[in-house]
Design a protein around this ligand. Structure first.
Ligand code: NG6
Ligand code: CA
Length: 518
């Protein structure tokens, strides 16, 4: 009986999902066209276990939990890569990032790695009548190389389909530490031009290693260069004093930009697509002082609390603008979690019982599960029935799935149309997927993962990062061994052969630079 009731509810729910486009209360002009607004909230280095809805008990994330509990919570949702640039490349293009050799962690001075003629998610949505915006982290390169930061910074997000962009160029730990407003450094004094160099310092400019007295957050060698706000960064920068950001105010600053962007959206003729690429909890972790001590985990935990608060404010803003019911919100993270990542912020020492990876093996930079399995939530008030989905989904699928949502026929070879899965109408996800970490790749199908033999450090940067790179084949059955402790490659040669065949059907040899072939 219970099953029948649930079944009926499901059928009713599905019918509603199919027909409700016609029934919804008209609250804004763009609703008339039945195209929902889309907000993609994309965090930086937030782990599978960093959210209470995903099992964290040592910190509480009520606002992200609300999305998870009132939307569809994916427990098998993947970033395409275990680092930022390639993952973002995957979201933007709907293509596996290993197809583009340049899709690797970029310096802040790197040229744009996506050709302006390529199809992108924002271009596709724009073509379908959307206003498009990105606010937050970029990290896909800017210009053509040898960029003049004092002029028009292009090509960048605006040339790839965003009508509006307000970004940081790369990461919070990389220069230049300024915001870029639609291609121009915000608040720049032309008499104090910015210069950026990733090779050598500018004469007489302070660095972390030459001026330790200026440093308030100690860093490793790689991060010990230009000191800004007491924090040494990767790369050297000179000038642009008035444009330099305040780290502790970054979350409030981006939020304010988002709120301004949303404020007139109810009046707008067009639906909008907003990519809100938040900086937390990437290093340097600089939560505003009002979040200090909100966890016992120091800056990393407090930065997650700040991010959760931001998500709550975002949802309030959508509600206040009266567009919540017509907005699909997607929440995820660009890669798995990491504790020590260049700064002495005691993330390891203060961790306590918290497991950022949700007890999975691996971290950011790793081919083990926690490198790419991330929180992944879709929320659409009254449209997506709350639930938990174990369907295999990837961020590259957003391209084809959102195209289907807006009835655009675009798709890519790698991106699958999983719209029904994202809307909670189906649990039939992908059959298989390739995941990537630092140019190495692995293949997942059903409960199985196969990692082919590849050159590369087993442990990275002496910091206990287990990369999963090995000279031997690895084969794991996640249903029986979620921690990936038992390599079954020798004991199950049939499964290994089947997995290898699936892998090679997708990824040809030219895209396996580190593969060891016997
Ligand atoms: C690494 C940095 C790390 C972080 C990462 C990018 C070193 C030793 N480590 O190279 O601190 O900035 O790049 O992170 O320099 S990501 O999330 O943007 O991919
Ligand atoms: Ca990241």
């Amino acid at each position: 009986m219970k099953f029948v009731q649930t079944g009926l509810l499901y059928v009713f729910g599905s019918l509603c999902l199919l027909s409700c486009n016609h029934d919804i209360k008209k609250t804004s002009k763009n609703e008339a066209k039945n195209l929902p607004n889309i907000v993609f909230v994309y965090l930086d280095d937030l782990g599978y276990g960093d959210v209470s809805a995903y099992g964290a008990t040592e910190l509480n994330t009520p606002n992200i939990d609300q999305l998870a509990n009132e939307g569809m919570k994916f427990i098998n949702g993947f970033a395409t890569s275990a680092t930022c640039t390639p993952s973002r490349y995957g979201v933007m293009t709907g293509k596996y990032p290993w197809r583009n050799q340049k899709a690797q962690i970029l310096p802040g001075s790197a040229p744009l790695i996506i050709d302006t003629t390529e199809a992108t998610l924002p271009k596709m949505l724009k073509e379908s009548g959307y206003q498009t915006a990105i606010i937050g982290k970029w990290h896909l390169g800017l210009g053509y190389g040898d960029l003049n930061w004092n002029g028009h910074i292009a090509p960048g997000p605006n040339e790839l389909g965003f009508d509006h962009s307000y970004i940081m160029a790369a990461t919070q730990d990389r220069v230049p530490t300024v915001y870029i407003d639609n291609g121009y450094v915000d608040n720049l004094d032309p008499d104090d031009p910015i210069e950026v160099n990733y090779e050598e310092n500018f004469e007489g400019e302070p660095t972390g290693y030459n001026n330790p007295e200026m440093v308030t957050l100690e860093a490793d060698d790689q991060h010990n260069k230009t000191v800004i706000n007491g924090i040494p960064r990767i790369g050297y920068m000179k000038g642009g004093e008035s444009a330099r950001w305040s780290d502790i105010d970054m979350a409030d600053h981006f939020l304010e930009k988002v709120q301004t962007y949303l404020s007139d959206k109810n009046e707008s003729e067009k639906p909008f697509f907003l990519m809100y690429t938040m900086q937390q909890p990437h290093v340097p972790r600089t939560p505003h002082p009002r979040f200090e001590g909100t966890t016992s985990m120091g800056a990393r935990g407090d930065a997650i609390m700040e991010a959760d608060w931001v998500v709550g404010e975002l949802m309030k803003s959508l509600d206040e603008a009266d567009i919540l019911e017509n907005t699909l919100v997607i929440f995820s993270s660009d890669n798995g979690p990491i504790l020590a990542d260049g700064y002495e912020d005691q993330a390891e020492e203060l961790l306590g019982q918290h497991s950022p990876s949700g007890n999975l093996k691996g971290t950011k930079y790793s081919l083990f599960e926690a490198g790419t399995r991330v929180p992944f939530i879709t929320y659409w008030k009254d449209k997506i029935e709350p639930g938990v989905s174990d369907a295999l989904v990837s961020q590259i699928d957003l391209f084809s799935s959102l195209a289907a949502l807006v009835e655009n026929e675009s798709s890519t070879t790698d991106s699958q149309n999983l719209l029904d899965v994202f809307l909670g109408k189906s649990k039939e996800g992908r059959k298989d997927i390739i995941i990537e970490a630092m140019t190495r790749t692995a293949y997942k199908k059903g409960d199985w993962v196969m990692i082919p033999p590849q050159k590369g450090p087993k442990i990275m940067w002496g910091k206990g990062i287990e990369t999963a790179f090995s000279k031997k084949f690895q084969l794991y059955n996640l249903a029986e061994d979620p921690r990936q402790d038992n390599n079954l490659a020798d004991s199950n040669p049939e499964k290994l052969a089947e997995m290898l065949e699936g892998y090679e059907a997708i990824i040809s040899e030219e895209f396996q630079p580190n593969r060891i072939k016997k």
